[in-house]
Design a protein around this ligand. Sequence first.
Ligand SMILES: Nc1ncnc2c1ncn2[C@@H]1O[C@H](COP(=O)(O)OP(=O)(O)O)[C@@H](O)[C@H]1O
Ligand SMILES: [Mg+2]
Length: 284
Amino acid sequence: MGTLEILSGYRNDLSYGCSFQTEKFMLEHAIMTQIICIANQKGGVGKTTTAINLAAAFALSNQKTLLVDCDPQANATTGIGINKATLETTLYHGMIGAAPLSSIIVNSDIDGLKVIPSRVELTGFEVEMMASPSREKILKKLLYELDDSFEYILIDCPPSLSLLTLNAMTAADFILIPLQSEFYALEGLGQLLQTIKRIKENLNPNLKISGILLTMFDRRTNLSFQVAENAEKYFKDLIFKTKIPRNVRLSEAPSFGKPIILYDRSSAGAKSYLELAEEMLNAG
Ligand SMILES: Nc1ncnc2c1ncn2[C@@H]1O[C@H](COP(=O)(O)OP(=O)(O)O)[C@@H](O)[C@H]1O
Ligand SMILES: [Mg+2]
């Protein structure tokens, strides 16, 4: 069996078979907070860019939003304009129980968008918590304390299937998978889908795929269209209608500590993330 056939098998496992109880729970839950983790163990596929800009787009659509940076590299933290050096505490301190949740949430330049920042000390979480029996549920327990303060919580994951990513997938209602429009895009997706399946079976039965997002889409290349065609063939309705174009403004914005909507609102990148937020809001 080729990679694509294997992937299409997972698709059926993951997107259907919701029991009535699960759907009822999700309906109730959807009215309150939607927790979405942005994951793909490949680096450089657009996870952080999506986390920052989708969070900003939700907030500007009047949705109270929290961006949680779950990557020790802290690119989402710097990209949204937070100076790590001035922080007393970060996600790490919340996760190890050394600081109350309220003290690790900080403001961003956008009203309605708050951030739980990260920093390099988060790497210590993996080592220190490895022996803890409920080590995958620590982020979930931490975020429970928020009650209904936010409509959306977006979690930016590190480029691995590490304990931090497992925590994000256990805490989340949905996973959003960015897929870079390049030749090897689908390689490694099987491993990710298998991990999601295991999490559903063991840690978080309510986890669903919110969608697969094609990023760095280049209309000038056949390759981008081929990747989209293959992905649509096997994942059908799981692929977001919105595609994120390759857009240089998107790669410039983080060095100014700004989401694209504040950096260049008229750019194709800004429009695409606003469109994605609208697509997701309309889907409920
Ligand atoms: N749509 C895009 N167009 C152009 N550059 C992009 C786009 N999305 C991401 N990038 C750039 O690609 C690199 C990797 O993106 P990033 O979001 O950091 O990926 P990940 O978090 O998956 O590692 C960054 O330099 C980012 O600025
Ligand atoms: Mg990243």
